[in-house]
Design a protein around this ligand. Structure first.
Ligand SMILES: NC(=O)c1ccc[n+]([C@@H]2O[C@H](COP(=O)([O-])OP(=O)(O)OC[C@H]3O[C@@H](n4cnc5c(N)ncnc54)[C@H](OP(=O)(O)O)[C@@H]3O)[C@@H](O)[C@H]2O)c1
Length: 292
């Protein structure tokens, strides 16, 4: 058994790497954190080779890579290039959580699953086009329903944007019942929720998506808002709400979801050092959260 120190290498495309990602890594118990900001696709291969060619095969699992930062597409491109830089068994485990999108989506979906099953239900994802909202829809279309049917309304201010996201999710979940919905006004947003059993609001920080009155939607069992910056995404939900009842609806605010998100994030980092072959993206991160 290897007793080499656990090294996490944090790769971030932003000019200054995320302090949030660094602090969570340290709190997760890594022995050494190596932080690289401003990482480009041109540079990643050399950095990865430095990580895989320095330790023996037995010790490789004590090195892992984390891809974070605010630019989700750029971080995912780095992850993809990093994996292409491995040589067969000469690889290390990797985790991607740019902008917290994977852990937040996993925590939001798992929070809802404490109170309901998604199979044969109608689920609305407001602002389902951003990194968090798209992943919430992806998880419900996939592992959270385990193949059982659910109607998923993917909302956007622009129908074409919602359509594109539905197409992207269908690549992995071809049978999913994804419905692109234009929700460019408070009335259209309310209409997208009126038959829903669950609503997730994943809008940009400080953007209210749903005005008061949603509590009257008779099917609604769960309402989750991940926007913690006032005004929050669902009027009347408090950021601290955690399984808080409003009439017949169980509500979560951003901090109410955030505790589970942090627990999942730390647990995933610890698990990276179990072997040198893991890739933790949204579905694997969800599965880890589900195992608690
Ligand atoms: N609780 C936590 O632990 C946690 C962790 C990470 C992130 N978050 C929060 O999760 C939320 C989603 O994150 P994200 O990175 O996916 O967000 P994002 O990319 O900034 O925005 C998500 C969507 O919001 C919509 N939007 C943007 N500006 C808008 C405006 N002015 N009016 C109406 N809609 C607008 C856009 O959808 P359309 O253009 O398609 O309408 C966009 O795709 C954010 O509020 C973020 O702060 C919470």
């Amino acid at each position: 058994m290897s007793n080499k120190p656990k090294i996490l290498i944090q790769f971030d495309p932003d000019p200054q790497a995320s302090t949030f990602d660094s602090i969570v890594a340290i709190d997760s118990g890594v022995d050494h954190l190596l932080v690289h900001g401003g990482v480009t696709e041109a540079a990643i291969e050399g950095l990865v080779h430095g990580a895989i060619f320095t330790r023996s095969m037995d010790d490789l699992k004590r090195t892992a890579l984390f891809f974070g930062g605010s630019n989700v597409a750029a971080a995912e491109a780095l992850l993809s290039k990093a994996k292409a830089s491995f040589f067969g068994p000469m690889q290390v485990s990797v985790m991607a959580d740019p902008n917290g999108a994977n852990t937040t989506a996993a925590a939001a979906v798992l929070s809802a699953m404490n109170h309901m099953e998604f199979a044969n239900k109608e689920i609305t994802v407001l602002a389902g086009t951003g990194p968090v909202g798209m992943r919430i829809a992806q998880l419900i279309a996939g592992p959270a329903t385990n193949g059982a049917a659910a109607k998923i309304n993917v909302c956007s201010r622009k129908l074409t944007k919602a359509q594109q996201v539905c197409e992207q999710i269908r690549e992995a979940a071809p049978n999913a019942n994804l419905v692109p919905v234009e929700a460019s006004s408070p009335d259209l947003a309310a209409a997208s929720v009126c038959n829903a059993h669950a609503v997730f609001a994943a809008g940009a920080a400080g953007i209210e998506l749903l005005v008061d009155g949603w509590q009257n939607a008779s099917n609604l069992q769960v309402a989750i808002d991940v926007n913690g910056v006032p005004p929050v995404g669902i009027h009347g939900i408090n950021v601290m709400d955690k399984a808080q009842k409003q009439g017949h609806v169980t509500c979560y605010g951003a901090i109410g979801v955030g505790g589970l998100k942090m627990k999942i994030h730390k647990h995933c980092i610890q698990m990276l050092f179990d072997s040198n072959q893991q890739t933790l993206e949204v579905e694997e991160i969800f599965a880890i959260g589900q195992s608690f």
